[in-house]
Design a protein around this ligand. Structure first.
Ligand code: FAD
Length: 309
């Protein structure tokens, strides 16, 4: 069945469509088993056709950006995984308006804004990932969030219909957005402000240097693992619980930043999940705080995840 779908996608679109593709190669963690089918559509038209084929064949669909905020099971993901990271990369600036397609890396968009003397995105300098992933996660850093200055987002829904969703019809909060579960984000428009080049450059450089000082950027991670609880810091709680340096197999809690759980070699998803559960329990036992995950778990079953949210 999967082979037939692969053939149909290959015959009817210009997408790259791979069977049993290891998801290790497509996540910053370097962890994850195979996707039954992994599809990189070449264009919006391709994507529409691919969704139609997936719907006709009633197989499960998962969307991946650049895999910088996910932990994927060693068992992989059943059905189809679509990633936009190799396409939909157009960026345009017209006056104060910046338009970008959702396969574009956030870093490229930030640099483009800075080059055009536009202020409002430079705090996000150094956040990896595509624009699509950033909008879903409402990515943020140093007090700024991607949803600020947003005008609208273009999405394609599960019926292959393209819709423009205005900012006022969306809710964003800390690392959360209200897009429908099946929406695939295609592009977005931002209303930025012109500002002094030196001020923008200074913010841009500070954002990256702050990151280098505090985060283990030379190790494989998915950034902050847990969300910060209200008026508290997940990193500080994990640190105070004495968890820095704790490891299970090659999964390790960074010595530099306790909320960065790193793959220090060839960690399995099982090692990482056990470490996450151990840390979660230690913080709950010591401070009675129930940390919730920022990183999205994919391909695990309910029994494996039990207790984490
Ligand atoms: C070293 C490091 C530092 C980090 N620092 C920060 C930080 O400072 N602030 C911060 O907020 N995050 C940070 N992150 C986390 C991560 O970079 C962001 O969440 C990023 O926005 C995720 O983008 P992605 O394309 O990699 O998404 P993925 O990880 O691939 O996916 C994340 C979610 O978005 C969905 N998704 C992705 N693309 C689309 C699309 N086009 N349509 C619909 N759904 C989609 C996926 O299904 C998934 O649910 C960091 C990560 C690393 C590795």
């Amino acid at each position: 069945m999967i082979e037939t779908i692969r053939n149909e996608i290959n015959n009817e679109t210009a997408s790259l469509c791979l069977m049993n593709e290891s998801l290790k190669k497509h996540t910053t963690y370097g962890i994850g088993g195979p996707a039954d089918l992994m599809i990189f559509p070449k264009s919006k038209q391709d994507l529409i056709k691919v969704i139609e084929i997936i719907n006709d064949n009633k197989i499960q669909l998962t969307i991946l950006g650049s895999g910088s905020n996910v932990l994927i099971s060693d068992n992989g993901i059943r059905g189809a995984v679509i990633s936009l990271k190799n396409s939909l990369k157009q960026i345009e600036v017209d006056g104060n308006i910046l338009y970008a397609e959702c396969g574009t890396m956030l870093g490229k968009i930030v640099k483009h804004a800075v080059k055009n003397n536009l202020i409002g995105l430079e705090n996000l300098n150094g956040v990896p990932g595509t624009l699509g992933g950033a909008l879903i996660m409402n990515a943020g850093a140093w007090g700024g969030e991607i949803s600020e200055n947003l005008i609208h987002v273009e999405v394609i829904n599960s019926k292959s219909e393209i819709q423009k969703i205005q900012r006022k019809d969306l809710n964003f909060s800390y690392r959360q957005s209200s897009f429908n579960k099946d929406d695939i984000l295609l592009s977005a428009k931002f209303n930025l402000k012109k500002a002094d080049k030196d001020i923008i450059k200074e913010n841009f450089i500070e954002a990256q240097s702050g990151r280098k000082k505090s985060q283990p950027l030379n190790k494989r991670s998915a950034g902050s693992l847990f969300k910060n609880p209200k008026n508290n810091s997940a990193g500080k709680l994990l640190d105070k619980a004495g968890l820095k340096g704790l490891s299970i197999g090659d999964a390790k809690i960074s010595e530099k930043h306790a909320n960065f759980f790193i793959n220090d070699g060839d960690a399995s998803s099982r090692d990482m999940l056990m470490l996450i559960k151990k840390a979660h329990k230690a913080v709950k036992d010591k401070f009675n705080v129930n940390l919730s995950l920022e990183v999205k778990l994919m391909g695990f079953n309910e029994d494996e995840i039990g207790g984490l949210c």
